[in-house]
Ligand binder design. Structure first.
Ligand code: ATP
Ligand code: MG
Length: 404
């Protein structure tokens, strides 16, 4: 078969993907619930394609897609679903040794066309224990059939170019070679809802993604200091939010103008306390929005020691401003690892665009790195905090964020 014929055949044939659940499979009595949620998420992400079905069967999830659809695109979408451990594009055949042998030969002939494969090894598994041939014998016999049908191939049990998996199940068997890794985690919607404080930086999109990966639904808040911060800076945050939404689905982004509060702080409080005071206001406003929108916790991209406002002492003072739990998934990570993660999930390039953040407006020359809570509380007593927070929340703008 030449390349053109192979491609033609490929477009006519339905694509089949085996999707494996990771941790979801360990959830005991809750397993069906987690699997159902996972199937729902995959269905939701693939809804934009016509001719796709998603079904649970014998502990696996099977995605079937019309042959005209782009296989790589579908793999990309499925791999974004939290809870997916791996994906294998597969072919299926009847569960008889003859059919499996024929399908394996055909599969390998196509694989040879696509890439330079010289050696292979069959890895056979008999999920159906009533199947009359045992796994090692399936491996040997299918290996022999492939050798006979694909003359260019040799067996290499130690370092094969291609591991040919044969999964024999009741009625139907599956043949595949790749196990494309997903992100793992838990399906969205299985672990409450968090309000993420989303800046335009590198850290907070990663922090949001990490919590969503544990099954948490997301709502977000962004603070700006317009006109000190530009409209373009806000658009950058919306762009970042859209990228995050490709993983965690559509969500609401609350936009708050912090400038009136910052002006009050600058006018009435010591300069070196500005940053920590602003951060405490951010947290309290976020907490109020979180309570109003049914969130269980706050999420920030804070990281121990990264900047003056993230020393141990500063974090204690920040934390004391709210009673809701604050999740800081990046707290102990190194910056390079956070940057790598941002690259991996696709937010890095947008995050490094050079736009100003409200935190950099009115930045003190020497921020207090070891703030004392009593002194901060004394400074705040000069402000009508409750009224300022209420006014900020009342004038919020809410934007619906859809996946990019
Ligand atoms: P990032 O890279 O996420 O901007 P950062 O290292 O710049 O983080 P800070 O500016 O001190 O750190 O902010 C710490 C955390 O506070 C951020 O990760 C984010 O969760 C929140 N935050 C900071 N600025 C804003 C903002 N303008 N709007 C919403 N949240 C913010
Ligand atoms: Mg920042």
């Amino acid at each position: 078969m030449n390349r053109e014929e192979t491609q033609k055949k490929e477009t006519n044939r339905e694509h089949i993907f085996i999707v494996r659940c990771g941790e979801v499979a360990l959830k005991g009595m809750n397993k069906p619930y987690f699997e159902r949620m996972l199937v729902e998420r995959i269905k939701k992400l693939l809804k934009k394609f016509d001719g796709v079905s998603v079904k649970r069967h014998e502990g696996l999830i099977f995605v079937r897609a019309d042959g005209v659809l782009d296989k790589q695109q579908i793999i990309k979408e499925i791999s974004k679903v939290f809870g997916v451990a791996s994906i294998s594009p597969a072919v299926e055949c009847e569960s008889t040794m003859e059919s499996i042998g024929e399908a394996a030969v055909e599969y390998m002939l196509e694989a040879i066309e696509e890439r330079n494969i010289k050696t292979f090894k069959v890895e056979a598994k008999r999920a159906d224990k009533n199947f009359p041939v045992k796994s090692p014998d399936i491996g040997r016999q299918i290996g022999a059939a492939v050798l006979k049908g694909c003359k260019v191939l040799k067996v290499d049990v130690h370092h094969p170019d291609c591991l040919l998996f044969v999964d024999v199940r009741h009625d139907t068997s599956y043949i595949f070679q790749d196990k494309i890794a997903g992100f793992g985690g838990l399906p969205l919607g299985t672990n409450g809802k968090g309000l993420s404080l989303l800046s335009g930086g590198i850290d907070s999109p990663v922090a949001t993604w990490m919590m969503a990966k544990r099954g948490m639904m997301i709502e977000a808040v962004h603070f700006h200091s317009y006109p000190y911060t530009s409209q373009r800076a806000q658009e950058k945050v919306e762009d970042l939010a859209k990228l995050v939404a490709t993983y965690c689905g559509r969500f609401k982004l609350h936009i708050i103008n912090l400038l009136p509060i910052q002006e009050q702080i600058v006018e009435h409080c010591p300069e070196e306390e500005t940053t920590i005071l602003v951060r405490r206001f951010m947290m309290r406003i976020a907490e109020k929005i979180a309570r109003d929108t049914g969130c269980n916790m706050l999420i920030t991209g804070e990281n121990l020691g990264q900047v003056a406002s993230q020393t141990a002492e500063a974090l204690v003072v920040t934390d004391a401003s709210v009673s809701m739990p604050v999740m800081r998934p990046l707290i102990a990570m190194d910056k390079v690892d956070i940057m790598d993660k941002a690259q991996e999930i696709g937010t890095y390039e947008t995050s490094i665009q050079p736009y100003e953040d409200c935190c950099t407006v009115f930045l003190p020359k020497h921020p207090a790195t070891k703030p004392k809570l009593e002194r901060i509380l004394a400074s705040e007593s000069k402000l009508d905090c409750e009224e300022l927070i209420k006014a900020a929340v009342t004038s919020e703008e809410v934007i619906d964020i859809y996946p990019e």
